[in-house]
Design a protein around this ligand. Structure first.
Ligand code: ATP
Ligand code: MG
Length: 137
């Protein structure tokens, strides 16, 4: 069954949005398969966002996601990668539709609350990085 890697970023944890975000994925019908509260190192953040290393905002992005604990999750279900991205909303909260997580809870692209895998392939890579011991069957 398809799985996606979803991560609540430090601002989402700090602002108390963990329960709300989990509820949205649960109510949609997806199944929680892995959950970890983690404080990640700079080198780990750089690995997670390696594809963006040439971007001008890369340094700020790494600083942001290492600025406090994050909630790393694996969610499972039919079409969870694409549908998960719809639940999350567009990257820049200024363009995210109301009703999406970023549309409802964020205004700044540099503080956009949550990450979701953008392809099934990347989901597999990210789950392997964040859950090296695997998740529940
Ligand atoms: P994520 O990978 O976090 O789910 P995304 O796939 O919607 O987000 P990406 O292009 O992968 O968007 O960018 C990764 C993250 O980098 C964004 O979520 C955001 O936090 C940050 N980011 C993207 N563009 C900018 C920008 N122009 N300025 C500042 N931060 C940015
Ligand atoms: Mg991305």
């Amino acid at each position: 069954m398809e799985q996606s890697f979803i991560m609540i970023k430090p601002d989402g944890v700090q602002r108390g949005l963990v329960g709300e975000i989990i509820a949205r994925f649960e109510k949609k019908g997806f199944t929680l398969k892995g959950l970890r509260l983690m404080q990640i190192e700079k080198s780990f953040a750089e690995k997670h966002y390696a594809d963006l290393s040439a971007k001008p905002f890369f340094g700020g992005l790494v600083e942001y996601v290492t600025s406090g604990p994050v909630v790393a999750m694996v969610w499972e279900g039919k079409g969870v990668v694409e549908t998960g991205r719809k639940i999350i909303g567009a990257t820049n909260p200024a363009a995210s539709a109301p009703g999406t997580i970023r549309g409802d809870f964020a205004i700044d692209v540099g503080r956009n609350v949550i990450h979701g895998s953008d392809s099934v392939d990347n989901a597999k890579k990210e789950i392997a990085l964040w859950f090296p011991d695997g998740v529940v069957d």
